[in-house]
Ligand binder design. Structure first.
Ligand SMILES: [Zn+2]
Length: 277
């Protein structure tokens, strides 16, 4: 399961790279609660997020989220110290606003800075589901969970890629299953059922077609080779048609009769004579 999850996350991040220009190291925007939760569980955010993203990551925190950590009081000082090691993301909110609003404003309507948002706030998660190309990591029972792509994200990919969507739908379903197994929640289950499955592909739902490309060419002749081969075959057939096509010949001659006398000439030999008058 763990291996399967890692592969799925890797594929998912690869598609964020491909369709939304994410680049490594990924920039992770953590909210205060996320950082606090991990710290409480004695987990290193850097290590956990690197592992989850399958890549190096750059941890970031907004001024407002930092402010919120300060407000938690002195017993949270270690978290504050930890968060100070993250890169500070200027949000330019002169007076601190609620963290979920701050992060939503930093991400903006299109997530143009390509943040991965690490949050435990359901409100923020829901809001970010409306921004295409925004990966969300939440934390559940000691496990970081990379959410399946949101509906708008899938639609955007669909728009870009047209019919290749079915693959991502499969992946999405896979990820949703994992997410559900993780938190046992039904919160996202409903959308899931409405997800239209456009075409079922019968082929194996193997790895990313991009990464599989190389292997393909080894054993099979390329399409141009095939074409040549086909042409050769056709030529050969044309050169020796007589002996091989005895039977079709009969058919042909019959067809010729039909053609000559028009429709309904089936019984030409005996009864058709009057009909031709
Ligand atoms: Zn702010």
């Amino acid at each position: 399961m763990r291996q399967k999850r890692a592969k799925a996350y890797e594929r998912l991040m690869a598609s964020y790279e491909r369709y939304f220009n994410f680049r490594r190291p990924y920039q992770i925007l953590l909210d205060d609660e996320f950082a606090a939760n991990l710290h409480r569980a004695k987990l290193s955010p850097q290590k956990q997020l690197d592992m989850c993203m399958r890549s190096e990551t750059k941890l970031m925190i907004t001024q407002c989220a930092m402010h919120s950590l300060y407000l938690k009081g002195s017993e949270h000082q270690p978290v504050v110290d930890l968060a100070k090691t993250f890169e500070r993301r200027k949000c330019n909110h002169k007076e601190a606003i609620p963290v979920h609003e701050c992060i939503a404003s930093v991400v903006g309507p299109s997530n143009k800075h390509r943040y991965v948002v690490a949050t435990t706030d359901p409100k923020l998660r829901k809001q970010l589901h409306t921004v295409p190309g925004t990966p969300i990591v939440h934390y559940n029972r000691m496990v970081l969970v990379l959410e399946p792509p949101s509906e708008v994200t899938t639609q955007r990919i669909q728009k870009i890629e047209g019919e290749k969507v079915s693959q991502s739908v499969i992946e999405k379903r896979e990820l949703k299953e994992m997410a559900r197994a993780d938190d046992g929640s039904e919160s996202e289950g409903k959308e899931d059922k409405q997800q239209p499955v456009k075409k079922k592909r019968k082929g194996p739902k193997g790895p990313n077609p991009l990464s599989a490309k190389k292997k393909k060419t080894q054993s099979q002749p390329s399409s141009s080779d095939k074409k040549e081969h086909r042409e050769q075959q056709q030529q050969q057939q044309q050169q020796q048609p007589r002996e091989q096509t005895e039977q079709p010949k009969k058919k042909k001659s019959r067809r010729r009769k039909h053609g000559g006398s028009g429709a309904g000439a089936e019984g030409e030999s005996s009864t058709a004579a009057p009909a031709t008058e």
